[in-house]
Write a protein that binds this ligand. Sequence first.
Ligand code: PRT
Ligand code: ZN
Length: 286
Amino acid sequence: MQQKLKIAIQKSGRLYEDSVKLLKDCGIDVKNGINKLKTEAENFPLEIYFLRDDDIPQYVEDAVADIGIVGENVLYEKNKKVDVVEKLGFGKCRLSIAVSRGEQYSGPAYLQGKRIATTYPVLVQRFLDEQGIRAEIHEISGSVEIAPGIGLAEAIVDLVSSGSTLFMNGLKEVETILRSEAVLVRNKSLDEEQLKLLDRFLFRIRAVKKAKNNKYVLMNAPTDKLQDIIALLPGMKSPTVLPLAEPGWSSVHSVISENQFWDIIEQLKAAGAQGILVVPIEKMIL
Ligand code: PRT
Ligand code: ZN
């Protein structure tokens, strides 16, 4: 029987949809997992386990699952012996200290002798130790943001993305102790066969990630401006240049990364490019 790689993903919650979408973008079809503990991929030797995110590091350390998708916040709080293989670019958030909006926060020293409510006692303690601060950590399991309002703590440490939960509870974010995103983790002792499957899976993940970070760009360029325009384009090798039916004009095709995109488009226009089309890329294999 062909060996299968076992992956643990969140059963429901903030990472579920992006995790399933990543598999789908990698050409791996997952049958609907709602109310199921596990399912099999249709067209890749992968078995998918649906678990609570907090349990994923332990399951991967114990080789119940070979690999898993989990937030760095959970991974570093649980401190299990697994390897991070790849950052996945979704589930981004930060673990931050927040205090009542009216408070003057002068820096970590503010926390000396104070009470801090959090669901991340390990990461908070590590931060306090690094800063040489002694404070009282109150571990609570949810709704951390209400702790200052009910007199349980002077400060909280919680995940923040838009900041609206803090705002609605009269709090302000004053310090970030960890930036987090979803990562792919693996068990430390996979066998050769499992490593081969992981490599195939990773190859697809990287092609999907690369494609997401790049755009395919087509434009018309007057032939006498071609050299200037080509000089602006990064591309995978050099840009493709094709003659247009109209004499004196060429069509130029290239790939531009998302973070350079607007700068380069402005420069291309200034250099005489016209009719610029920008097209998403589905997969990118170098
Ligand atoms: O049931 P299970 O245990 O699997 O799920 P869970 O309820 O523990 O986790 P879930 O689904 O809420 O989050 C899963 C993961 O998503 C987290 O471990 C993070 O890695 C990531 N993530 C990204 C977030 C957020 N953004 C986030 N904003 N997790 C939680 N939040 C919460 C935060 O705790 C706070 O209550 O959202 C609120 C703040 O959001 P803003 O937008 O108001 O700032
Ligand atoms: Zn959880």
